[in-house]
Design a protein around this ligand. Structure first.
Ligand code: PMP
Length: 406
């Protein structure tokens, strides 16, 4: 292993605790990953030493806070390899980033009858914002089907494209199945049709390197709390020309240049899309999370997590009656499964009693559960601070629960 596992464990004090007198094993990372001390301290330090509202102040604390906040924008741009810092918009999460694009992109560029394509494996936050636009704006929504393995049907996608297709909004990695979608290919196909592309990277940036210039995506979104950062923080990357043309999402302070009752003019990027006081302490924490990830190295994280994931699936599959939901060729860090006819909720409750935290249910992806004709799954999702020993305990826990229900 290329990184110092003991040091990493010490950086996450939350992991060192007992649940019902059993050592905690945290396998719910796809819902929220844990925050290292470096992030907690960076955020606490804002409140301890320089908390002050950003951008508007002339005094020292406000300037210091503004500088720290804007420096995170630079580091985030570098993290995604965005061409310009002002292409990074801070939001409260992936959900808000998608809603921003849904409102501003659709209301700027789309007319009744124009089409947006999503897929069967989307999280609700990449379905419902578009449905709202369908309801309010009369756009049409088309859905790319997924095969039995949980992979997109690319041919069907190509057949869905028409001159009216204005946007493809698609997840990079499925939170329910773990599938890594071939987004570069999808982006190229979409662009050939004159269709813009939004990538939901909520499950991707913490696992694999993302380069928005190389991908050439038009929008890319993620949440801070899944990237070892504070909750209530998120990012929208958007290409300069698109963001400049789009109407603002919310009105308020910061996003304006001048306001009168007759006419208001809007601020330049990125502020045009950052109305009101942002979660600047959280964003400064997010900056520390990005630094933390960079220090370990995303390549090291990817390699280690792939190893964990492969090991987990191979061990789980030794349990008779266990079936993995989502068997795509390219997967990462998420394993959804069912055992016999044990309800996922029962499995999750029993695992919790032995200190193992997994997620159960539809994972905010009900359409893909319907597709597989299941009410939900048990989902174990891994991070770089997890270990093969933990996987062994987890697999033996699943085996025990199966025996109890036998
Ligand atoms: N997209 C995907 C693929 C996700 O997994 C999630 C969170 N589960 C979201 C979007 C929404 O993220 P958030 O709740 O942090 O806004």
């Amino acid at each position: 292993m290329a990184f110092d596992f003991e040091k990493i464990k010490n950086d996450f004090p939350i992991l060192d605790q007992k649940i019902y007198n059993k050592q905690l094993i945290y396998f719910d990372n796809a819902a929220t990953s844990q925050t290292p001390l470096q992030v907690i301290e960076a955020e606490a330090n804002v409140y301890k030493t320089y908390n002050s509202n950003i951008h508007r102040g002339v005094h020292c604390l406000s300037n210091k806070c503004t500088e720290a906040f804007e420096d995170v924008r630079k580091r985030t741009a570098k993290f995604l390899n965005a061409r310009n810092n002002f292409e990074i918009i801070f939001t409260k999460g992936a959900t808000e980033s998608i809603n921003l694009v849904a409102f501003s992109f659709v209301n700027t560029f789309l007319n009744k009858g124009d089409e947006i394509i999503i897929s069967e494996m989307e999280h609700h936050s990449n379905i419902v914002p578009w449905q709202l636009m369908k309801q309010y704006k009369g756009i049409a929504l088309k859905i790319i089907p997924v095969n039995e393995q949980g992979e997109l049907n690319i041919e069907a996608f190509q057949n869905l494209l028409s001159p009216k297709t204005k946007l493809l909004a698609i997840t990079h990695i499925s939170n329910a199945l773990g599938t890594i979608n071939p987004i570069k290919k999808l982006i190229d196909i979409a662009h050939n049709n004159g269709t813009k592309v939004l990538i939901d990277g909520a499950q991707a940036v913490q696992h694999i390197k993302v380069d928005v210039q190389e991908l050439d995506c038009d929008f890319y979104v993620f949440s801070g709390h899944k990237l070892y950062g504070p909750t209530g923080t998120g990012v929208l990357f958007g290409k300069e020309d698109l963001l400049n043309s789009m109407i603002p999402y919310q009105g308020g302070g910061e996003m304006i240049q001048t306001v009168s009752f007759e006419k208001t003019t809007f601020n330049e990027l990125p502020y045009k899309f950052e109305a009101g006081t942002p979660n600047y302490a959280g964003i400064i924490g997010l900056g520390a999370a990005i630094d933390y990830i960079n220090e370990i190295g995303l390549d090291n994280i990817t390699a280690y997590e792939n190893e964990l994931h492969k090991y987990a699936e191979s061990q789980l599959l030794t349990i008779p009656g266990l079936r993995i939901i989502g068997t795509a060729k390219h997967k990462t860090s998420v394993t959804s499964f069912l055992v016999d006819n044990i309800h996922p909720y029962d499995m999750g409750m029993m695992l919790d009693k032995i200190g193992i935290a997994v997620r159960t249910g539809h994972h905010c992806a009900q359409p893909i559960m319907d597709k597989f004709k299941i009410p939900g799954t048990v989902r174990a999702s891994f991070a770089f601070y997890n270990s093969k020993d933990e996987i062994d305990s987890f697999v033996s826990g699943v085996r025990k629960v199966k025996q109890m229900f036998a």
